[in-house]
Design a protein around this ligand. Structure first.
Ligand SMILES: Nc1nc(=O)c2c([nH]1)NC[C@@H]1CN(c3ccc(C(=O)N[C@@H](CCC(=O)O)C(=O)O)cc3)CN21
Ligand SMILES: O=c1ccn([C@H]2C[C@H](O)[C@@H](COP(=O)(O)O)O2)c(=O)[nH]1
Length: 264
């Protein structure tokens, strides 16, 4: 995770201060890329304990096409609470666009099923793309997608994934995003009989909120340890059949959690 720590340091030391929608204030850079070799261990921060349970449940919730926070709440995950309406709805966010992107004729497109079919039948395709950025729906969403487009690539029996993230809360959101897309790549690889390759993380506005600076200083003062290993139940061959119990993060030795306020 040295790439991640280097990015925190770079933005802290050389970023530009800007106002932002939430009124908190940020320091940012525009445009950056990181690459994680998924065979080198599972990319989670060892300099701050991550709540992997929230990350796994959120990913399963996206894949189920769900956009109401009830499932998350039932599983003790609170990360979307601030954005939901009184019924728990978030509007047509990630799950909706991934699994049932609306078409002009009243139908829907299941982009994830389409992606699985393409990876299996046409692995050299350069069109292995999922987009959550539905221009016609953006104004109906509680929050327009931050991780808005991703593409897969198959070579030498390995599956790689690149994400374009338009807006990135480096201290709170990004460790979640790295772990989530790394896990998605591993799950996709398993059900397509491929090995996991790289997760490439490309950023637009990569920012540190001004009220996260002390936490960043604390994290950067710590020495990183070895990456843990993600064990996935090898019997699952259907992407939509994974459950929380199918994942086990082994040998995760992390320094204590560092709490930080989320900008709403
Ligand atoms: N400002 C902001 N940052 C984000 O990262 C973010 C949003 N807004 N809005 C929508 C989603 C929700 N996501 C979130 C929201 C909160 C945490 C958070 O508070 N994380 C805590 C622990 C929370 C837990 O798992 O219980 C952390 O310390 O990582 C993380 C991601 C990512 N997104
Ligand atoms: O997965 C996510 C979701 C959200 N974020 C962050 C990035 C920004 O700090 C806010 C979104 O605010 P906008 O004004 O819509 O850009 O949420 C993230 O890092 N990762």
């Amino acid at each position: 995770m040295q790439q991640y720590l280097d990015l925190l340091r770079q933005v802290r030391d050389f970023g530009t201060d800007r106002g932002d929608r939430t009124g908190t204030g940020t320091r940012s850079v525009f445009g950056h890329q990181m690459r994680f070799d998924l065979s080198a261990g599972f990319p989670v921060t060892t300099t701050k304990k991550l709540h992997l349970k929230s990350i796994i449940h959120e990913l399963l919730w996206f894949l189920a096409g769900d956009t109401n926070i009830k499932y998350l709440k039932d599983n003790g995950v609170r990360i979307w609470d601030e954005w939901a309406d009184e019924k728990g709805d978030l509007g047509p966010v990630y799950g909706h666009q991934w699994r049932s992107w609306p078409t002009p004729d009243g139908g829907t497109v299941d982009q994830i099923q389409g992606l699985l079919d393409q990876i299996r039948n046409s692995p050299e395709s350069r069109r292995l793309i999922v987009s959550a950025w539905n221009v016609a729906d953006v104004d109906k969403m509680a929050l327009p997608p931050c991780h808005c487009l991703f593409q897969f690539y198959v070579a030498n029996g390995k599956l790689s994934c690149q994400l374009y993230q338009r807006s990135a809360d480096l201290f709170l959101g990004v460790p979640f995003n790295i772990a989530s897309y790394s896990l998605l790549t591993m799950m996709m690889a398993q059900v397509c009989d491929l090995e996991p390759g790289d997760f490439v993380h490309t950023f637009g506005d990569a920012h540190l909120y001004h009220n996260h600076f002390d936490q960043v200083d604390e994290q950067l003062s710590r020495t990183p340890g070895d990456l843990p290993h993600m064990h996935i139940n090898p019997d699952v061959k259907d992407l939509f059949a994974f459950t929380f119990e199918d994942f086990e993060l082994q040998d995760y030795v992390a320094q204590p959690h560092i709490p930080a306020p989320v900008a709403v």
